[in-house]
Write a new protein. Structure first.
Length: 134
C-alpha cells in the first residue's frame, strides 16, 4: 500500500517528511490544491488495491490543513501540522477531512474533488472532501 501512496505523493509534488507506524506525513510547500488532489489520489489508489483483492479491506484516513509552518531539520512544525494530525485522527475510514481554510485557498483549482455547498466566511470546523467519480 505504501508504494501506491508514494506514487500519489510524487505525482502531486509532495515531499514525504516521515513515517510513524502506518502514518505518512507529507508536505506540499507550493500548493494546497496539490495536497487535496494527492489526498484524493491516495484514496483512489487504496480503492483500486481493494478492488483487486477485496479481502485486503484497506482504508486511509487523511487530514489536510494549510498555513504557516516552519521546517527544522527536515521536519515540519506549527499549527497546520497539528490541525492536519487532528483531522486525520477524527476522520473515519476512507475519509478526507480538511481544515476550513483549505476550500478558500484551493478555490476552483479542485478538479478532482468537491466541497459541500454553503461554505461561507466564518465557516468553522471540519469539511469532508468528496472525490469526484471518474
Amino acid at each position: 500500500m505504501f508504494a501506491a501512496l508514494r506514487e500519489a505523493i510524487a505525482a502531486h509534488s509532495g515531499d514525504e517528511v516521515k513515517t510513524i507506524g502506518d502514518n505518512i506525513m507529507v508536505a506540499f510547500p507550493m500548493s494546497t490544491a496539490d495536497a487535496v488532489s494527492c489526498a484524493v489520489a491516495m484514496h483512489r489508489a487504496v480503492s483500486r488495491l481493494n478492488a483487486r483483492d477485496p479481502l485486503l479491506g484497506l482504508a486511509v484516513r487523511i487530514g489536510v490543513s494549510s498555513g504557516e509552518a516552519s521546517n527544522e531539520e527536515d521536519d515540519w512544525f506549527g499549527t497546520p501540522v497539528v490541525e492536519a494530525a487532528r483531522l486525520e485522527s477524527a476522520a473515519g475510514a476512507g475519509q478526507i477531512l480538511v481544515s476550513n481554510i483549505v476550500p478558500w485557498i484551493v478555490g476552483t483549482r479542485g478538479r478532482d474533488f468537491s466541497v459541500p455547498a454553503g461554505l461561507g466566511p466564518g465557516c468553522s470546523g471540519r469539511i469532508k472532501i468528496r472525490p469526484r467519480l471518474r
